[in-house]
Design a protein around this ligand. Structure first.
Ligand SMILES: Cc1cc2nc3c(=O)[nH]c(=O)nc-3n(C[C@H](O)[C@H](O)[C@H](O)COP(=O)(O)O)c2cc1C
Length: 187
């Protein structure tokens, strides 16, 4: 086995698109890979200082969409451009933007699934950022991505993950097993 020391290499990492409004109600988006589910109804995201954190200081509600192969270029764009110095950042994405039904934050309708979230806690807050803990208020799914059982059909969404080793995006592949079930073969 080759050793690599300590690196931010949890695999796979999500590609989260965080949507916020500024104090004038102007939408913004950023890309975040360092995040995940924190407990049953909460997520956590490691945030540096951005237009997004400026916005969250004014209005503690936001959305989180999962980037897809179809939205990849603009999803990467919002991760390399700041709303702080790019006034037309959101126009460049070409995304269709609406206010979320349950929080004061934008929904980017080009994404199959969006979480509506509210800030619960900022851990280790400093000038350089914080760990954001947020409550999931609601989950929205584009109806064209529902499975026959009425739940989101994740396998059909073309969701991408971020590869922190080679800094690439990888599209999720096919379903290969059943969780809490296939392991029973070895019981
Ligand atoms: C693949 C990728 C992952 C990123 N992950 C994070 C992250 O987890 N936390 C963070 O603070 N910034 C992350 N960034 C950087 C922000 O998305 C970037 O600084 C963005 O320009 C902030 O936009 P804003 O200033 O308009 O809010 C990531 C960028 C990319 C491309």
């Amino acid at each position: 086995m080759k050793s690599f020391g300590s690196k931010p290499w949890i695999l796979p990492q999500p590609v989260l698109i965080i949507g916020t409004y500024d104090k004038e109600g102007k939408p913004n988006a950023m890309n975040a890979a360092w995040g995940g589910q924190w407990d049953m109804h909460e997520i956590i995201i490691s945030l540096s200082s951005h237009q997004t954190t400026d916005n969250l200081a004014q209005n503690p509600e936001f959305t989180v969409a999962f980037a897809t192969a179809e939205t990849l270029v603009a999803a990467d764009y919002v991760g390399i451009t700041s709303g702080r110095n790019t006034p037309d950042k959101m126009e460049k994405t070409g995304w269709t933007i609406e206010k979320a039904p349950n929080v004061n934050a934008p929904v980017f309708k080009n994404f199959p699934v969006t979480l509506e979230c509210r800030v619960k806690q900022k851990i280790d807050e400093s000038e350089t950022g914080y760990y954001l803990v947020a409550e999931i208020v609601n989950i929205l799914c584009d109806e064209q991505f529902l499975a026959p059982d009425g739940n989101p059909d994740v396998a059909r969404m073309g969701i991408i993950t971020y590869d922190p080793v080679h800094h690439t995006y990888i599209r999720l592949g096919e379903t290969v097993g059943k969780a809490f079930s296939d392991g029973k073969q070895l019981k």
